[in-house]
Design a protein around this ligand. Structure first.
Ligand SMILES: Cc1cc2nc3c(=O)[nH]c(=O)nc-3n(C[C@H](O)[C@H](O)[C@H](O)COP(=O)(O)OP(=O)(O)OC[C@H]3O[C@@H](n4cnc5c(N)ncnc54)[C@H](O)[C@@H]3O)c2cc1C
Length: 460
């Protein structure tokens, strides 16, 4: 065996997988078909739950320093003022996370931070080594690469929406193409817009999002162009006019330094595991860019998968069975929610548009909904179903609460590498995984059932 894990693809999902392998003491090779990192801006928003994973990986501080947190999202449900201001800063009622914000950071900067961390841990990306073919047996996986071959005990396919790994494994993706055209542009502006607040204009001419970027007076524009299937020339004049027509405000656009477009499609692969090979990130699920969840979900896939592979290597293989059950349930719900939200935000027929605009104004103005909005979009309220890696008790499947206990947070007591048992400040114990998901909550250690003891044999 050449390596424990072969990671295919060096986007955010693959780099996370590679870092996690090294942190867990697994040897890893990470290959990418491109000759070097692609410079496109792509994803922009990092959520609280992803920052918690980055913290465990040792990159949160660096990524935080490259980004700016959002103070608020100003939503114009009918494209007219006043906005419904949804706070996302300290006043948002984030609760117990150490990362109470949405962080605007271009994907390329995130990838650079991750690659630097990979180097610091002694790893590197093998560029220009696209995977062409793979075969597996009971002991490992054989991969044919652009030049040469690699045999690994495990393989993780992080090779994006057009995944070769997925094709080679014969896994289908249930993919729906909506055909709706969204354009994206990084725009330099003169002045005027608040630098730390995002804006969402829900006009009948099309949905428009304006998101602050870390550099002063630079904003990301995301706009739905209904009825078109080819993007126009996205220059400063076009963008200025589009924003004015839809929102009645001047963006002050004077130049554009990155543009892209997507024809909406969303979907999920039918499986994320075949034998010793796994799928993670866009290879396993595709989202609309409106939800800002794709990169976040991919990082969390890898953060979840690698400790389970490490557990299997230590002789506790049962955790791996939970990857398929948990990720398909979680990303299935996520894809559905983002698809539904995109549909509502892009409604244009008069009556549904008016009704949903009024409903949005009413609900988004309440404190309870605003708090839920911050935490749910921040992925802090996810719940995994009971199954091979989650019991059926209270708290099970949820993120461990993270209150301050003395001068540290409860998450700081979680073993970063393997499942552990924690005594709770209020009494009782929890079995908690390195991804800070609660396996089960019990009255005391002896109340932990045998099935769960078998999963953490060296600890109880
Ligand atoms: C324009 C745009 C805007 C977006 N905005 C957001 C946003 O605001 N928020 C958000 O969360 N998400 C957003 N996304 C989605 C986000 O970019 C993706 O979800 C994210 O890049 C997925 O990461 P990944 O590592 O799984 O896949 P990718 O980033 O696609 O990386 C896959 C890697 O695999 C490599 N590869 C492919 N085939 C092979 C092969 N055969 N062998 C070896 N290597 C291979 C590729 O070269 C690439 O480096 C956006 C996407 C786009 C295109």
């Amino acid at each position: 065996m050449e390596v424990d894990v072969l990671v295919v693809g060096a986007g955010p999902t693959g780099l996370t997988a590679a870092i996690e392998c090294l942190r867990h003491g697994l040897s890893v090779r990470v290959v990418d078909k491109h000759i070097e990192r692609q410079e496109g801006s792509k994803a922009l928003v990092v959520h609280a739950r992803t920052m918690e994973a980055f913290h465990a990986m040792g990159v949160a501080r660096e990524i935080r320093s490259r980004g700016i947190p959002f103070a608020a999202l100003n939503i114009f449900p009918d494209a007219r003022p006043p906005a419904v201001r949804v706070p996302l800063g300290n006043d948002a009622g984030w609760g117990d996370t150490a990362f109470p914000y949405w962080l605007s950071t271009p994907q390329v900067d995130i990838e650079r931070c991750l690659e630097a961390r990979l180097h610091a841990l002694g790893g590197r990306v093998d560029w220009a080594q696209g995977l062409l073919e793979l075969h597996q047996d009971d002991l490992g996986v054989d991969a044919r690469l652009a030049t040469g071959t690699c045999r690994a005990r495990w393989l993780v396919g992080c090779d994006g929406g057009r995944s070769t790994v997925r094709d080679q494994l014969g896994i289908q993706m249930d993919r729906r193409r909506d055909g709706q055209l969204f354009v994206l542009a990084d725009v330099l502006t003169r002045d005027g817009f608040p630098e730390d607040e995002g804006r969402v204009y829900r006009s009948r001419k099309g949905l428009t999002l304006i998101v602050p970027m870390p550099e002063l007076q630079r904003f990301r524009l995301i706009a739905h162009l209904p009825g078109r299937d080819e993007p126009p020339l996205l220059d400063a004049d076009f963008i200025e006019n589009l924003v004015f027509e839809r929102a009645g405000v001047s963006l002050g656009a004077h130049s554009v330094d990155w543009t892209s477009h997507v024809l909406l499609s969303h979907g999920q692969s039918q499986e994320v595991r075949r034998g010793r090979a796994f799928l993670a990130g866009d290879a396993a699920h595709l989202h609309s860019p409106v939800g800002g969840q794709g990169l976040n979900a991919g990082v969390q896939d890898s953060h979840d998968l690698i400790w389970k592979i490490a557990a299997a290597e230590r002789g506790v293989p049962n955790w791996l069975e939970s990857y398929q059950v948990e990720r398909t349930a979680l990303t299935g719900r996520l894809v559905q929610a983002v698809t539904f939200a995109t549909l509502v935000m892009t409604l244009r027929r008069w009556i549904p548009w008016v009704v949903t605009a009024r409903a949005a104004r009413l609900t988004l103005s309440t404190r309870f909904v605003q708090r839920q909005f911050a935490r749910r979009m921040g992925m802090l309220e996810q719940r995994l179903p009971p199954g091979p890696g989650v019991d059926d008790t209270s708290w099970a499947g949820r993120r461990l609460p993270n209150p301050l206990v003395g001068d540290e947070r409860l998450h700081d007591r979680v073993d970063p590498l393997r499942p552990c048992v924690l005594d709770l400040p209020e009494g009782g114990v929890v079995v908690v995984r390195p991804d800070r998901v609660v396996v089960g909550r019990y009255a005391n250690r002896t109340a932990i059932p045998q099935r769960i003891r078998d999963l953490v044999p060296d600890l109880i």
